[in-house]
Ligand binder design. Structure first.
Ligand code: ADP
Length: 167
């Protein structure tokens, strides 16, 4: 049976740090599904459709990576798709506390589910979607921090102040 892993997140936007986890996860498992969460409660800068599109353009680089939208509870969606492993990235101790809590609650909701925490590569430990958003909104260059296809998408998107997001 093929081992499929889910990599869920808000991906607002997807960064080189996410890409690193995707690349390494796709090497460890037969298939990896990026679940782009709607995360309305987080008021994402990029729309659900934009975030899915950015993940799709990145997934095209791999032959075993796909993208699915996630609107409800992750564990419900994983049960429906018979996926029993979740991959998450770990940068700092504060990530650990949150991820550990999520892993434990998800296990209560879906006892067959295992969470795999993958340590960030050293060059991406500092990188987060929120910093990329902040730099882009203030007109800074984020091209070093996001995959090229995402950079192009950012460039096309008008920022709140009417100027294009700068990359
Ligand atoms: P969420 O809103 O679910 O936290 P994110 O898109 O912020 O979604 O992150 C998805 C996952 O990717 C999380 O497990 C997060 O810790 C991980 N992640 C984010 N940035 C990095 C990075 N630079 N290196 C490794 N993992 C990362």
């Amino acid at each position: 049976m093929k081992k499929i892993v889910a990599y869920p997140g808000t991906f607002d936007p997807i960064t080189n740090g996410h890409l690193d986890i995707i690349r390494r996860g796709a090497n460890l498992f037969d298939g990896l599904v990026i679940f782009v969460a709607k995360s309305n409660e987080k008021h994402p800068l990029f729309t659900f459709e934009e975030r899915i599109e950015m993940a799709q353009c990145l997934a095209k680089e791999f032959n075993n990576v796909s993208v699915m939208p996630l609107e409800g509870l992750l564990t419900t969606c994983l049960k429906e798709n018979n996926i029993k492993v979740v991959l998450r990235g770990l940068r700092t101790m504060s990530d650990f506390e949150y991820e550990f809590q999520m892993a434990l609650i998800n296990k209560k909701l879906y006892p067959d589910l295992e969470t795999v925490l993958m340590m960030s590569s050293s060059e991406f430990v500092f990188l987060s979607s929120s910093l990329v958003r902040e730099i882009a909104l203030l007109g800074g260059d984020v091209s070093k921090f996001v995959p090229p296809c995402v950079g192009k998408r950012l460039k096309r998107r008008p920022a709140n102040n009417g100027r294009g997001l700068c990359i």
